[in-house]
Design a protein around this ligand. Structure first.
Ligand code: PMP
Length: 392
């Protein structure tokens, strides 16, 4: 019997660990300093996470309402500060209502679990976030995956599915590892033609895209086009948690049936208070989004001059697809020596052979930060070119 099938737990664990180590894919956490590094790995796109005004709002929220909410929303944890935040998020995204979840992972899990069952057919972009796939699996709903961004493939799959099954099309708004933006109007039109609903997870678009930071769905695409909208608060808004926005009926349905909503403690009130402050700053300081746009344009211009393998992304997520995971790890390590933190993304998060540096830009980056990054990347490139010369 192979060790991975053993009934002895330590043997099973050791066999799985060995498999991952042998593939060179062992994942490691490192305690990160919060100062003294230039962070191009996080999702703090507007530089709000370390804004002292958010920290102050968080402390004040905790002083007024307690460090924790003490219970789930349906028992006694639903506080005025949550209610106010939900109203603000609904207004931002142009929806009648919004519902807070503790994390984006749970919002996606809970929404899919509450909407779907074994009868439902779910159609997911091939590059959708893991939480969307896990949500459909939790619901016992079969997921069909269409080619990334390929509306014709989606159309074909929808046309082949049983017409009497409820159908849900699901897509990231901004793809988390590629940075490209879904064609929301095209997805909405394709879903509408087949009588399907559309769910968009705009985790990385909210706060960054849209007229007022309302995301790539937001006010431009109402509930008729996108009945189910998910946004997260731990990225551009700098705090933590997530929400689902939609019709009154959708929100009531989630309150009744979404187990990851019902059976968990409400968000700490300080987090909700800090998020309210982040939303105020989003509206009051549009220059943050303008600065971010300038950093993205500058990075793309300079990286293209260096001949780096840029992806087709105009969002803060700027992947450099290097191919093999050992090359990505080597570049990330060399950049770390220069105090530059970038994401090193390998399979299974992205397909084999598409390992990449996930570089993220923020309004908090200075021109000097960007110069340091570009110098570091140029040095990595020069190092690879030297090695190439030696080995050929
Ligand atoms: N959706 C997408 C597209 C994401 O990238 C992430 C986080 N990486 C999530 C959902 C999960 O959000 P959270 O971190 O709040 O759980």
């Amino acid at each position: 019997m192979p060790p991975s099938m053993s009934t002895d737990w330590p043997t099973r664990l050791a066999a799985r660990a060995q498999g991952r180590r042998t593939a060179g894919l062992w994942r490691r956490r490192t305690v990160q300093p919060t100062d003294a590094v230039r962070d191009f790995a996080g999702n703090d796109y507007l530089g709000l996470a370390r804004d002292p005004r958010l920290a102050e709002a968080m402390a004040e929220g905790a002083r007024c309402h307690g460090a924790g909410a003490r219970a789930s929303h349906l028992v006694s944890g639903h506080l005025a500060v949550h209610e106010a935040l939900e109203a603000r998020l609904a207004a931002l995204t142009g929806r009648p209502r919004a519902l807070l979840f503790s994390t984006g992972y749970m919002a996606n899990l809970g929404t899919l679990q509450a909407l779907c069952d074994g009868e439902t057919r779910v159609f997911q972009d091939r590059l959708n976030h893991a939480s969307l796939l896990d949500g459909a699996a939790l619901a016992g709903a079969p997921s069909r995956r269409f080619h990334h961004g390929d509306l014709a493939d989606l159309d074909r799959l929808l046309a082949r599915s049983p017409a009497d099954a409820p159908r849900l099309v699901v897509s990231d708004g901004v793809f988390s590892m590629d940075g490209d933006v879904a064609d929301i109007a095209g997805l909405a039109e394709t879903a509408r033609r087949h009588g399907a609903w559309l769910m968009v997870d705009d985790a990385h678009g909210l706060g960054v895209l849209g007229e007022v930071g309302d995301g790539c769905v937001g006010r431009a695409h109402g509930i008729d086009a996108v009945p189910v909208l998910v946004g997260t608060l731990g990225k551009a808004l700098g705090t933590a948690g997530a929400f689902v926005a939609g019709s009154h009926e959708l929100i009531e349905h989630l309150i009744q049936f979404a187990r990851p909503y019902v059976y968990t403690s409400a968000q700490p009130p300080g987090v909700a208070a800090a998020t309210l402050r982040a939303l105020e700053l989003l509206a009051a300081e549009p220059e943050r989004r303008a600065r971010l746009g300038a950093r993205i344009a500058c990075f793309r211009r300079e990286a293209a001059t260096l001949g780096l393998p840029l992806a087709e992304s105009h969002t803060p997520i700027q992947p450099l697809v290097l191919g093999e995971s050992h090359r990505v790890m080597a570049w990330a390590a060399r950049l770390a020596e220069r105090g530059l933190l970038v994401g090193a993304i390998r399979e299974p998060t992205v397909p084999r052979g598409q390992a990449r540096l996930r570089i993220t830009l923020s309004a908090a980056h200075t021109e000097a930060d960007l110069d340091a990054l570009l110098e570091g990347l140029a040095a990595c490139q020069a190092h690879d070119a030297d090695r190439q010369e030696v080995t050929t």
